[in-house]
Design a protein around this ligand. Structure first.
Ligand SMILES: [Zn+2]
Length: 82
């Protein structure tokens, strides 16, 4: 299986956090995360947001809201540095 790109990783991130990826994909995701600082940061902030949501009343962030979050993160990744 070829290495994941950042785009792939973001697409799978939600399932990865939910533990819903199959063995192969989740290994590929871990491999990408081990080497990609960018995605580590995204994973960290996503995890924090989800935990924050769990600390409040919601047990889970609704898929739609998570989708919006990923869109924002993706836009941030695509944005030029300056
Ligand atoms: Zn990456």
């Amino acid at each position: 299986m070829k290495p994941l790109t950042c785009d792939d990783l973001l697409a799978y991130l939600s399932s990865y956090l939910d533990g819903e990826l199959d063995e192969e994909l989740s290994a590929a995701a871990r491999e990408h995360l081990a080497t990609c600082r960018h995605c580590q940061v995204v994973l960290d902030s996503t995890r924090r947001v989800i935990l924050l949501g769990e600390g409040q009343r919601q047990r889970r962030i609704p898929a739609a809201r998570r989708g919006a979050l990923f869109e924002r993160l993706r836009a941030a990744l695509d944005a030029p540095d300056n």
